[in-house]
Design a binder for this molecule. Structure first.
Ligand code: FRU
Length: 501
């Protein structure tokens, strides 16, 4: 039976593999998202080691198999050939060494020239000094394997307190992301807390991905965006360089950044000679409720694709031990930089899941409108809205989904304020956590707003104006609530195309 203390004593990989194999069978396919990766059993947070290896995509994840709550971190594992259909594989890491007894935290993966797959992760151990406010020591560790089984490196940990610049905290030193440089050598970027208490991203270098040396501070928070910066990623895209990070303890800034954990990117230039990064712009990555700690890969045909954890720490407080799984990943999103802004669009292969197209043109909406064939919890909706009378903006429109008499989640827009809101207050949540979030969006000259909604049983991702912004939210509404309706205060016209996915 669910006995938390007993489970906490299970720290070896064989126990985890045994447990997950049995526990997975208690979860019916319809009880999980269909094309989003969810925890095989128990708890999932950050994507880890997202990589292409031997013809498949590998996704590892922060994992506590025994309960649907965070616990000593393992790495779960799944593989896919198209990033939409995932197959679970046995867990690969358990907190079974002195240096990672408190958890195998987030990290990344890279293929070595000899064909082996290398994982780099953060090992967390108790701080022997018992210094106040620093209960843990974090170091970077390696495990090498073949895509199924991984052996922890005998020389672990490979980066420790000794490899930190002055003032850098060994208690917050985590989430290594390995990058292959053009000359075949390796770089690694790691989140850290400097003496000012905020965040910075450290850069390390290696010739073989095993022996690492400290190079420099790649980027500093300087107390601008939250405090500690977690889960960095860094890549070149469309002539710019993009640094992703997930700051903790953010203060709000207009509608761009909200309180708590956030995700943001810094876009700028990187001098590959001097390895200096210069920022030009910054923006939030997701403007909804649930998104954190994204990682990216380059697909074989050169697309930069990002997946994040479709939850967030302060907003995910509705899990209970009765849940058989908790935590899912976002859709894979194709990234591009246009005019200094990061755009995200659903992976183009998502279109291959489309079935049963239903289309309506120029529908006048006033009051509540329901349309034949427009419903479902696994669906894609492409909608554009325009005021019915060009000079007289309507007051507000809403699209309600996962709807029945009792429940709904909605996206609503007030053209006079240019504010789009996502609201899951009536989704069945019984917790006093965040249920709404607002974002400023742009409309075309005639007031047209374009939305693309992807629903997958327990989530929605709203892509605004061809990927200019995205708002994601998870919800645990009774699957019987399948309705979709359109509500208006004032009049607007819409074109809508809907597919079942
Ligand atoms: C981010 C994070 C990482 C850490 C992991 C622990 O969500 O806090 O910094 O490695 O989760 O599970």
């Amino acid at each position: 039976m669910a006995n938390a203390d007993f489970f906490k004593s299970l720290t070896n990989l064989a126990d985890a593999r045994n447990y997950e194999e049995k526990a997975e069978k208690r979860i019916a396919e319809e009880e999980r998202p269909s094309f989003h990766l969810s925890s095989r059993t128990g708890w999932m947070n950050d994507p880890n080691g997202f990589s292409r290896y031997k013809g498949q995509y590998h996704m590892f994840y922060q994992y506590y198999p025994y309960l649907s709550e965070w616990g000593p971190m393992h790495w779960g594992h799944a593989v896919s050939s198209d990033l939409l259909h995932w197959e679970y594989r046995p867990a690969v890491l358990a907190p079974d060494q002195d240096y990672d007894r408190k958890g195998c935290f987030s990290g990344s993966a890279v293929e070595l020239p000899d064909g082996r797959h290398l994982l780099m992760y953060t090992g967390v151990m108790e701080n022997p000094s018992e210094e106040v406010g620093a209960p843990e020591i974090q170091t970077q560790c390696l495990a090498i394997g073949d895509g199924s089984n991984y052996e922890k490196y005998s020389g672990n940990p490979v980066l420790t307190e000794k490899d930190l610049p002055e003032g850098a905290s060994p208690n917050d030193f985590r989430d290594p992301k390995i990058i292959r440089a053009k000359d075949g050598s390796y770089r690694c970027i790691i989140g850290n807390r400097p003496a000012d208490g905020s965040g910075q991203i450290l850069l390390y270098e290696s010739q073989d991905a095993i022996h690492w040396t400290y190079k420099k501070i790649l980027a500093s928070n300087g107390c601008r965006f939250g405090r500690m910066w977690e889960c960095p990623d860094f890549f070149e895209l469309d002539g710019k360089w993009v640094l992703l990070t997930s700051p903790q303890d953010m203060l709000p800034e207009g509608f761009e950044y909200h309180n708590g954990n956030g995700t943001l990117c810094l876009i700028g230039n990187f001098d590959e000679e001097t390895e200096d990064f210069s920022e030009e712009t910054h923006q939030a990555i997701d403007y909804g409720i649930d998104f954190y700690a994204p990682q990216t890969i380059l697909t074989e045909d050169g697309r930069r694709v990002m997946i994040g954890w479709m939850q967030n720490w302060d907003t995910c407080g509705f899990y209970t031990r009765e849940y058989k799984w908790f935590g899912q990943m976002s859709l894979p999103r194709e990234l591009s930089v246009r005019n200094g802004r990061l755009y995200q669009e659903p992976l183009r292969e998502l279109k291959s899941l489309r079935k049963d197209m239903v289309c309506y043109r120029d529908v006048l909406v006033e009051g509540i409108v329901r349309l034949d064939g427009i419903e479902g919890r696994q669906a894609e909706l492409e909608i554009d809205f325009t005021p019915a009378v060009p000079e007289a903006f309507y007051k507000k429109f809403s699209i309600r989904f996962a709807e029945n008499e009792q429940y709904h989640t909605k996206v609503s827009y007030r053209p006079n304020e240019s504010v789009l809101k996502i609201d899951r207050k009536f989704s069945g949540s019984r917790r006093a956590i965040i249920h709404q979030r607002r974002s400023k969006v742009k409309t075309g000259p005639d007031g047209t707003l374009k939305l693309r909604l992807i629903l997958d049983r327990y989530s929605v991702e709203v892509f605004v104006n061809d990927g200019e912004q995205v708002l994601s939210a998870s919800f645990f509404t009774d699957p019987a609530a399948k309705g979709i309706s359109f509500v208006s205060e004032g009049q607007y016209r819409m074109n809508i195309t809907k597919w079942t996915l």
